[in-house]
Design a protein around this ligand. Structure first.
Ligand SMILES: Nc1ncnc2c1ncn2[C@@H]1O[C@H](COP(=O)(O)OP(=O)(O)OP(=O)(O)O)[C@@H](O)[C@H]1O
Length: 589
């Protein structure tokens, strides 16, 4: 013998209110939606019939009356009293596109705010029926006196503690929120509360001002720009408002979505591609599907195709801006630079889109990648602001363009650019490259300077630095400390190894590249100071001066200072002071 399931209605209502719906306020959305569907069904039969919804909200009670199709007694039994039964699906069970509802559970949401639901309904030419359902799962059905008009009235009485959802102001606010775009006359306590127009449908000169006003009112900001969105295959129209402030690209952007002109939710995710974090969209769609809670979009192929199509339109806006109003694009990037860069780092599409407008600091001013490409086949960058400060002027004097990759995301972006942009080549700038562009001394001078160079080398042997003399610009810079990158890594590794315990020491030892190329102190023979030093006849003073320059060059380049370095610099500083400050027995004239 087969039996029917018993359903604990209270359990289902708890499930809906605690797990499906985000707030009891959706009860009004569900009632409104049923009224709209009933009107749609009646219009399909006779489009001359009125399209009206009348809400009466007095403290503690609410009724919503529609001029819809109404139900016969048998339909009431089948549709209202059977959970999950809906008149809005076709024979195969698919949602029929003309209706908002589809699941056959919406009416139950009223039990979140009422213990009893009364429905009085009458189809054209049929009898009027009164149905009263209670939250404990019982219902009564009876014929009643005819209504004055075809349609349905649903009446609720507030459950204790839910009175706030029945207040006039709250009801007006919620009806406006959910129903602002519905092409139906909606009154609350006699007053018409909506105009049925989407802000982007107003044409004419004031359209933009109205859209800006809408964003200010409803979204709380004055948009940087407004982009129209359109996707006929999803029956979609709307706008994207560009945020006037920086947004965190890691936070998923959410959008206000209307489905068949009724609000689905104010914070729908997944409508636009992830990279479009800098806009908030407001759209209406007739083809995308809701989830059962009607608070999110169902993530299917149609949504994916829509996301791509809308992404194309946002991309189009960026490209247009780049081509027609570079100043405005610059302002846009000024606001969203960091977010755009962060995203471009992981999202090839975004990088491809924006790379040509991203500006980087270089030693020849701020430049885009295409401006850089015009200057040099190979874009060279350093990875820290300190390194840039040290090398910028010297490299510029040798006509070498160096990009400062020290700002957030810049060096990572520069490293990734060649993967995405054909023909673009970037590399880390190796400071030792500089010395190859410095001028060597002529053989006579070289010979003459040999004792000086030897003396300087003796001073710097204890710190493992090689002394070289070259002539380069700017002449005001007496010395430059250059260290090959892999040598720098090896020396830092060794310093750490010396400080680490035995286990770590061994691990670090395995990483040692054994690169023993020594750092160089390049003395600049164009510098008057270096020239004077080279012609000194006092070996001790020469050595102190070389050590002093060494310390100065280290600090200028923000290089790490080892104990041996600081001992050397100390010695030089004190020695030079000693020479500079006269002793009392040596009275100055
Ligand atoms: N105001 C109304 N006028 C006419 N029929 C109604 C009305 N309200 C509800 N119904 C009938 O009751 C059925 C069940 O309504 P319910 O709101 O529970 O589900 P639904 O609207 O079909 O789907 P969903 O759960 O997606 O809202 C509807 O399919 C409809 O046939």
């Amino acid at each position: 013998m087969s039996e029917n399931f018993q359903v604990d209605l209270q359990g289902i209502v708890d499930l809906l209110s605690n797990h499906l719906y985000s707030s009891p306020r959706v009860y009004l959305r569900e009632l409104l939606q049923n009224a709209v569907d009933a009107i749609t069904a009646r219009q399909a039969v006779d489009s001359d019939e009125p399209r009206r919804i009348d809400v009466q909200a007095t403290d503690g009670a609410l009724s919503i009356a529609d001029t819809g199709i109404g139900l016969l007694p048998d339909q009431v039994r089948e549709l209202l009293a059977t959970i999950g039964r809906s008149s809005k699906r076709d024979e195969i069970g698919f949602a029929r596109s003309e209706f908002l509802g589809q699941f056959g559970i919406g009416l139950l949401s009223a039990f979140m705010v009422a213990d009893e639901i009364e429905v009085v309904t009458q189809p054209a030419g049929g009898p009027a029926t009164r149905w009263i359902g209670t939250a404990d799962g019982r219902y009564e059905l009876a014929e009643t006196a005819d209504r004055s008009e075809t349609g349905t009235t649903v009446t609720l009485k507030a459950r204790r503690g839910a009175e706030q959802w029945y207040k006039h102001a709250t009801v007006v606010e919620l009806i406006r929120l959910f129903g602002a775009l519905l092409p139906i006359e909606i009154r609350v306590n006699g007053e018409q509360v909506t105009d049925g127009k989407a802000p982007w449908e107003n044409t004419g000169a004031m359209q933009r001002a109205e859209l800006v006003g809408y964003a200010q009112d409803k979204l709380g900001f004055t948009p940087f720009d407004v982009i129209h969105l359109n996707n006929p295959s999803a029956g979609l129209t709307g706008v994207a408002f560009v945020l006037p402030f920086a947004a965190n690209p890691a936070e998923r952007a959410t959008h206000r979505v209307y489905l068949k002109r009724m609000l689905l939710a104010e914070n729908v995710e997944g409508l636009l591609p992830d990279w479009a974090f800098f806009v908030r969209a407001v759209i209406d769609t007739s083809e995308l599907r809701p989830t059962a809670s009607r608070e999110a979009l169902f993530d299917d192929g149609t949504l994916e195709a829509t996301r791509d199509a809308l992404g194309e339109q946002l991309r189009g806006w960026l490209v247009r801006l780049g081509n027609t109003d570079p100043g405005k694009l610059d302002r846009f990037l000024g606001i969203h630079q960091l977010g755009v860069k962060a995203l471009a780092l992981h999202d090839d599409e975004m990088l491809q889109l924006v790379h040509r407008w991203l500006r980087f600091e270089t030693n020849h001013g701020r430049m885009t990648t295409s401006e850089l490409q015009q200057r040099t086949a190979q874009i060279r960058y350093v990875t820290s602001v300190e390194e840039f400060r040290q090398l910028a002027a010297v490299a510029a004097a040798q006509q070498i363009t160096v990009v400062n990759g020290g700002y957030t995301y810049d060096s990572e972006l520069l490293a990734r650019l060649p993967e995405v942009v054909p023909g673009l080549s970037t590399s880390r700038f190796d400071p030792t490259e500089l010395s190859t562009s410095f001028d060597s001394l002529d053989p006579d001078t070289e010979l003459r300077l040999r004792p000086f160079i030897q003396l300087a080398q003796d001073s710097l042997d204890p710190v493992g630095c090689e002394v070289v003399v070259r002539a380069f610009e700017p002449a005001g810079l007496p010395a430059l400390y250059l260290v090959d990158r892999s040598a720098q890594f090896a020396s830092e590794l060794r310093a750490t190894k010396d400080r680490a315990d035995a286990l770590w020491s061994e691990v670090l030892g395995a990483l040692d590249t054994q690169d023993d190329s020594r750092p160089q102190l390049v003395l600049n023979y164009r510098s008057p100071l270096v020239r004077r030093m080279a012609s000194l006849n006092d070996p001790e003073l020469t050595q102190l001066a070389v050590e002093g320059l060494y310390g100065h060059a280290l600090m200028l380049g923000y290089h790490p200072i080892t104990p041996a370095d600081s001992a050397l610099v100390n010695r030089s500083f004190l020695g030079l002071l000693d020479q500079a400050v006269p002793t009392p027995e040596d009275p100055t004239p």
